[in-house]
Design a protein around this ligand. Structure first.
Ligand code: SAH
Length: 350
């Protein structure tokens, strides 16, 4: 059977061409494009004729995810969505209400190949990449469900965005289109475990997204013990790519550092980290300290809140800007991959 075209992955121009190819006026493409931004499916595109809606249903594909379950944290600030894709696979997105607006964390793949030892998303490996439509659809669906405009987007959910490069970049361009969702790319953070060629390529795309790099260690030996990607690229190579990103985009790079008790949270680690960033980046950067979320079977324990604050204070006293990330939604398994994983283990009723 021939594959149906995935209209939600198309740019406005591509949708116009598509409309013409099925015997419709080009502006129909524009209408479909703006309906998608509101999370609509073909049957809900009520300004199109019924005949056209039916034609689209039979000829094309709408990969808008649907909400399977949602969990709201007790304080109401965080909503975690489990979203199903048209082949029945599931991904997660987390909506967080902050004082400065609403942010959404989305997934880029079903599962993950990267194998970080502390992460729930990678335990069962990667099932498949997400298409641009399935990333854009997470934003549209969460925004529609919550009734909130997404002000800030973080690609920190399930998956490694730079291991799904082309789909990720196309998604970012679609997201930015002012006739669609229209989110400014300065309000987007893309998090990577450190795929060096991907960082360099992204630096040359002319997209002003904030790069977040998961560092988690200041020396190769410790990093290799918890992140297999560190066996492929050394910290020297990784930080040279980060510096290149800064030079090309002028945007401050942010580093994520998950604090794991006894593994990477000593004063020597903090000193090593500040020295590394001073020597290898040499330009201002930010360190986001994340207290580890416990994942069953990893045997790793989080550093306590006080320890995390001490680590941050030491970094700041050494001239390295650092903050401890506020933990939101811990009561609803809001950390990466935990909800999808509990579903796989049959713990969640859906
Ligand atoms: N693949 C990308 C983005 C997804 S993970 C990356 O590696 O950056 C988003 C962030 O959450 C990463 O910094 C990741 O290392 C971190 N993370 C994963 N599992 C975690 C856990 N159990 N506790 C705390 N942080 C975790």
């Amino acid at each position: 059977m021939e594959k149906k075209p995935d209209l939600l992955s198309m740019t406005k121009d591509e949708l116009r061409e598509y409309a013409v190819s099925i015997g419709e006026a080009p502006y129909r493409g524009d209408q479909i494009f703006s309906f998608f931004a509101k999370g609509a499916r073909f049957r809900e595109m009520t300004t199109l004729s019924k005949a056209l809606r039916e034609k689209l249903e039979s000829l094309a594909e709408c990969r808008m995810p649907s909400v399977v379950t949602k969990r709201r944290s007790k304080d109401g600030t965080t909503v975690k969505y489990l979203l199903s894709l048209i082949d029945g696979e599931c991904v997660e997105a987390v909506l967080m209400r902050h004082d400065y607006g609403t942010s959404l964390c989305i997934s880029s793949q079903v599962g993950c190949l990267m194998g970080c030892k502390f992460c729930a998303s990678t335990i069962a490996g990667k099932v498949r990449d997400l298409l641009p439509s399935e990333m854009l659809g997470q934003v549209a669906a969460a925004s529609r469900d919550s009734g909130e405009r997404v002000d800030k987007l973080v690609m920190m959910g399930i998956g490694e965005p730079l291991d799904n490069y082309d789909n990720t970049v196309k998604f970012l361009r679609l997201l930015n289109d002012s006739e669609g969702i229209g989110l400014g790319l300065r309000n987007v953070s893309l998090s990577t475990c450190g795929i060096v060629p991907g960082i360099r390529r992204l630096a040359d795309e002319g997209l002003p997204v904030t790069l977040s790099v998961s560092l988690h260690a200041y020396c190769d030996e410790t990093r290799r013990a918890i992140m297999p990607i560190a066996k492929k690229y050394t910290l020297d190579e990784l930080l040279a790519a980060c510096r290149y990103y800064f030079d090309r985009t002028g945007r401050r790079v942010s580093f994520e550092y998950t604090l794991i008790s006894g593994k990477n949270d000593s004063p020597e680690d903090a000193k090593g980290l500040s020295a590394l960033l001073r020597e290898k980046m040499g330009v201002p950067s930010h360190v986001n300290l994340i207290p580890l979320n416990r994942v069953d079977g990893t045997g790793m324990e989080p550093t306590g809140r006080e320890g995390a604050e001490r680590f941050a204070a030491l970094l700041n006293s050494l001239g390295q800007n650092a903050t401890v990330r506020k933990s939101m939604g811990a009561d609803i398994d809001a950390a990466c991959g935990q909800l999808r994983r509990s579903l796989q283990n049959g713990k969640t009723e859906v």
